[in-house]
Every structure is written in C-alpha cells, then in structure tokens.
Design a protein. Structure first.
Ligand SMILES: Cc1ncc(COP(=O)(O)O)c(C=O)c1O
Length: 387
C-alpha cells in the first residue's frame, strides 16, 4: 500500500497521478507549510510556483471572504465590475509589455490553448513552433508545443504539426522559414527542463523573424510573470512586445485562474464567441487577483524578488552548488552531484525544494514574501555541506 494511502484513507478514491511529498499537509502561513503531525517546512517550492504572496496572505483571504459574501459566482453572461477592474489592474501591472486586452480562464494550459487557437484562427496557418525543453501544458495544442516525451507520446496522433527548434540558437532562428507558422510559443525561462534562459540577441532575433513573417509570438509567463523574476513581466525585462502573454500559477495567489493577454492588433482579430469559459473570470478569482496585485505593489515584492535572488546567487555556490541559474525567485541550483542528494539533505532539514527535468538542477520557486530567516537557513544548510 502506498504511503499516501496509509496517511490519508479518505483519499482512497483519488487517482494516484502525482509523486507527492511523504507527509499529509494541513495548513500554511506565508513561507511555511505545516504537516498534519505538526512539522513545519520552509516552502521553497511554493505549491508548484503558485504562492506568490505566501500562503494565506490576510489581504487575499480577506478579499476572497468579502467577495464570497457578496456574490460567489456568475459567468461572463453577466457584466461584473470586479471582472472589468481585475482586467484593468492586470494590464496596468504589465504596463510597457505591449498587451492591452485580457481573456480569463482557469489554468495555464487553457491560457496557452486559447492563445494558440486565436493565432491559428487569425493567421489561417496550420503549424506552430516551439522549443526544445519547452513545457506549456497538457491540453492538446499546449501539449503539441511541449517537449516532454512521456506525456506527449501517447497523444502524438492527435497533436497539431509543430516545428521544434533548439532553444537559444540564433542560427536556427535565421534558418527557419516562419511563413507557414501561425505562432511561436516560448517560456522566458524554461523552468521544468532546468531553469534555462536565452540571450538577449536570441530574443531580439526571435521577435524580428516572427514579426516579419506575420507569426504570433506567444510568451508563456505562467511561471515568470507578475514579479517572480524581479520585474512585473519577463517580456518587459527582455524588451519584447509579443502578440500574447499567458499567465496562471500565482496570479490569484492560489485560487485557480489563467489569463491570456493580447496586444491591440492580436485582440482586434478576436470576435465575440471565439473564446469562452464558464468559470473563467469568476468573481472569487477576480477578487483574489486584485488583492494579489495590490500586495505585490504595496509590499514591494518585485524588488524583494530581485534582491533575494541576487543574494542567493552570491551565497549558494560552493561545495554542493556549482552555480545558481535563473532570475529573481525562479532559480535553479546546478549541483555538482545529482540533485536528489541535496534535495534529501534539505528535506531532512525541513526545507521543500523542487526537482526539474535536469537531474543536476533543483528549483527554488518560493513565495516572494520568503523571510530573511528562511534565506539564511537555506544558505547555511547548503553551505554546511562544504564544511
Ligand atoms: C511554463 C508553464 N506553462 C504552462 C503550464 C500549465 O499550467 P497548468 O498546470 O495550470 O495547466 C505550466 C505548469 O506547470 C508551466 O510551468
């Protein structure tokens, strides 16, 4: 019998699709989660890169409770001022990134699916392009662009034709004819495959080549967006204005949400009825989104992500960690030995970190509110290995 079943008999009907932490989680507060038997863990994993404002931030919880009392749900069949305000607040948060209009859905895969669908429709083309190491979700268009054989292979006959290019390779971009490609989808930092980034020259070339061919550039900011990389969006950091930016994960501090943000020209191709979702833009998620953006601004979390990221990059390399990859608080610890050993060392010291597709890269994706004490504890736990 699996460990999780011994711990949680009530979960016996739940499909066992995830290799979960070996404890039952009970509650969380800011950067700490506590197991059912009272053990506290520093959450450097962030609930899978979700808890931007920490667990149960009082302003986010308060906004959700107030909205629940007022109106729990109504679909897009009704105009809701909170939905309009959330869209405006989100566009304002990304000011300078070139996006003007928003469609709300419920997850990252849906946000990408919607962006890809709109690009296929607008261009009339039948092929998309993506990159080695890219990860965009489990719905069929997003999966078509995902480089993860074990989840893609069973569905290969149902996927759209996709040209997979090497990541961060300018000559490959120059050699590609984008004329029949509806959209290129790309993560600013490839997270799942091991915190892989590309050069500024590569991004500029990608934008120039796709613009010249009338190909949409879709930037998947599902992990990098909203402040995590030390800027309100990675697109802004790179100086790239795409046709679409997709967001999810921490956008509503853990309430399910996804968003596809379109440039003015991309939005002008979308007609009433082209996109739809029963739950997308629901008032609870909208209340949580507005509160999340307010907390990010009022608590200076973007600057905090940049500062702590820089601190960790300076402090962590040593006997266990060869280098620290990434930006802000989306970081990869490149380990000398396979990362599983360091992951276990940290787990034994009650610190949760993530693995990646690269066995030598562990991922840190904590709340942007991670405390200075947690940073000091992680640093000393890692440096202890050099002693
Ligand atoms: C970069 C990226 N895009 C898309 C997704 C899919 O998001 P979701 O699981 O909300 O569908 C993920 C999920 O981890 C992701 O990391």
């Amino acid at each position: 019998m699996r460990f999780s079943r011994i711990l949680c008999n009530y979960m016996s009907a739940l499909l066992d699709t995830y290799a979960a932490w070996p404890f039952e989680l009970d509650h969380g507060k800011n950067d700490v989660v506590v197991s059912a038997d009272g053990v506290a863990y520093a959450d450097w994993y962030g609930g899978h890169c979700v808890t931007l404002t920490g667990h149960c931030h009082p302003r986010v919880v308060g906004a959700i409770k107030a909205q629940a009392d007022k109106l729990l749900f109504y679909s897009a069949a009704a105009r809701l001022s909170i939905r309009a305000r959330a869209a405006d607040a989100l566009i304002a948060h990304l000011a300078g990134a070139g996006v003007e209009r928003v469609f709300f859905c419920n997850s990252g895969a849906e946000a990408n699916e919607n962006a890809l669908k709109m690009a296929l429709k607008a261009t009339g083309r039948k092929r998309i392009a993506c990159f080695e190491g890219g990860w965009h979700g489990r719905t069929l268009l997003a999966l078509s662009a995902t480089d993860d054989a074990k989840i893609v292979a069973p569905f290969a006959p149902f996927l759209v034709p996709a040209t997979q290019l090497p990541f961060n390779d300018v000559s490959a971009l120059l050699a590609t004819d984008f004329g029949d490609i509806a959209a290129v989808i790309v993560e600013p930092i490839q997270s799942m495959s091991g915190i892989r980034a590309a050069s500024s020259a590569w991004w500029q070339t990608l934008r120039a080549r796709t613009a010249a061919a009338g190909t949409w550039l879709i930037i998947d900011e599902i992990q990098t967006g909203l402040g995590r990389v030390g800027a309100s969006s990675a697109s802004l950091l790179m100086g790239i204005e795409p046709e679409a930016i997709t967001l999810a994960k921490g956008l509503a501090s853990g309430v399910p949400i996804g968003a596809t943000l379109f440039s003015g020209s991309a939005a002008s191709t979308i007609r009433q009825g082209d996109l739809g979702s029963t739950f997308g833009g629901g008032p609870l998620a909208m209340a949580a989104l507005i509160a999340t953006l307010e907390v990010i601004a009022d608590e200076g979390l973007i600057e905090r992500a940049a500062r702590i990221g820089a601190q960790l990059k300076a402090q962590l390399p040593g006997a266990a960690v060869a280098s620290v990859l990434g930006e802000g608080l989306l970081l990869g610890l490149r380990t000398h030995e396979p990362g599983a050993g360091l992951k276990k060392h940290l787990y034994d010291r009650r610190m949760l970190v993530g693995a990646s597709g690269d066995p030598h890269v562990l991922r840190l994706m904590p709340p942007l509110t991670i405390s200075d004490d947690a940073v000091a504890a992680l640093t000393s736990a890692i440096n202890e290995l050099g002693a």
